[in-house]
Ligand binder design. Sequence first.
Ligand code: ADP
Ligand code: GLC
Length: 474
Amino acid sequence: MEIIHVSAECYPVAKAGGLGDVVGALPKYQRDLGHVAKVVMPMYKTKFLRDNQWEVVHKGYTHLHNYWFNYTVIKESTNKLGFDLYLVDINGLLDREKIYGYGDDTERFFSFQIAVVDWLAAWKHLPDVLHVHDHHTALIPFMVKHCYAYQKLQGIATVLTIHNAQYQGQTGMDKTVLIPEWDIWKRGLLEWAGALNPLACGIRTAWKVTTVSPTYLEEMRYSAAGLEALLEYEKGKCSGILNGIDSVVWDPATDRYFDNHYDVATVEEGKQKSKAILCEQYNLDIRKPLITFIGRLVADKGADLLPQVFEESFYYIGRKMNFFILGSGLPEIEGRLQAIRDLGRGDYNTYIGYDEGLSHLIYAGADFILMPSRVEPCGLNQLYALRYGTVPVVRNTGGLHDTVIDYGDPGGYGIRFNHATPQDMTHGIWRAVELYQQPEMLREIRQRMMQLDFSWEASVRAYLDLYEGMLRSK
Ligand code: ADP
Ligand code: GLC
């Protein structure tokens, strides 16, 4: 089977969060099972672009309404990622430093999608499956079905994976003119709640829709940022497939970002060494448990509650733990987290920014990772933490519900709380401190966590079954 993943992110080329990790890993595992899996993404100005070898595979000329543009598709020549990687270069639009966050993101991602289908229409054969990810690529199923110029692609099975329905790419209906000539009777497929909504359009027009955990799919029927009714209506074609982790990139025994490697037999010493480095570097107290947060500093992740929770924890539990934050996001949350640094007495610090290497060192050196998410479609942090013997302290929602069992329950290993409130979170932290004071129990839990299997092997089968089902129904 030939599968084409189309995405805005792919690790290690460009990553802003878990989408990049998933698209950088899933195709490898699909190839391992004997399929042809390729990734197509925008050509941003990244280090990966500069450091690697490329060949031009296609040059095209197409248009975004009355703006005609040239695009070039380049391919990484050494198969470095374990699958074919294609970048679409559109001068002036895609070749920028950041992935998202520009005023013309709508035009950028519309042009990218148009270039992708235009290129596919020039192929001599058709791939079996077009697998698109999140709203940046969710118009592709519509385009291959209803744009006159791409009728040739109509028969390709399409899958949309929703990594996060909080982001839908809404824009004004006037932007429908940007999509190459399409069947005007299909206008209703583009519109949701009075806006052009790419994610909603993808949900309606893709052959199949998946979410990144079964519980998130369930939750979306009553909480999906306005798409609840649509998901209820389309539920017949939706399924939840849990993400896996790339067990080569995320392995404490071989991790390329730190030296003090360890496995299940040496986890205690191994973690202690990485913890010592972190404590030394960030002025923290190695004798106390190290509780961290890694991620986007936005309300969905519960990051806005962190400053209050830290203050309350110090006040009610006492200065029995260290907190360390690695993240970036809303300036207001960044500012508040930095402001309370004055409260720290060698037990609180932050690194505001994005640092892949530091994140690996933290998964290794931390004792606990805090994930108070309001919304968590899957969550990869807790899966990395488990593999690195770091106890997840999580809100019981979405993928966190599907992957973390409370250590008070049979076979459990994490700490779960129900509400994204300072009270519940502080209670979770109190339980973490209590657990840290029982080294035997903590050791046993670390052993248990590190032996769990959240690798891609299981989930990759579920995707292939889904594709095979679509191809049979053709
Ligand atoms: P989301 O995709 O919603 O941000 P996930 O838990 O799926 O959440 O994935 C987050 C990914 O991004 C993980 O690989 C995590 O380690 C990484 N990450 C998030 N913020 C940072 C940061 N500031 N520096 C380094 N890595 C980060
Ligand atoms: C999204 C979600 C996150 C998920 C990731 C990868 O960004 O917020 O929960 O793990 O996508 O699927």
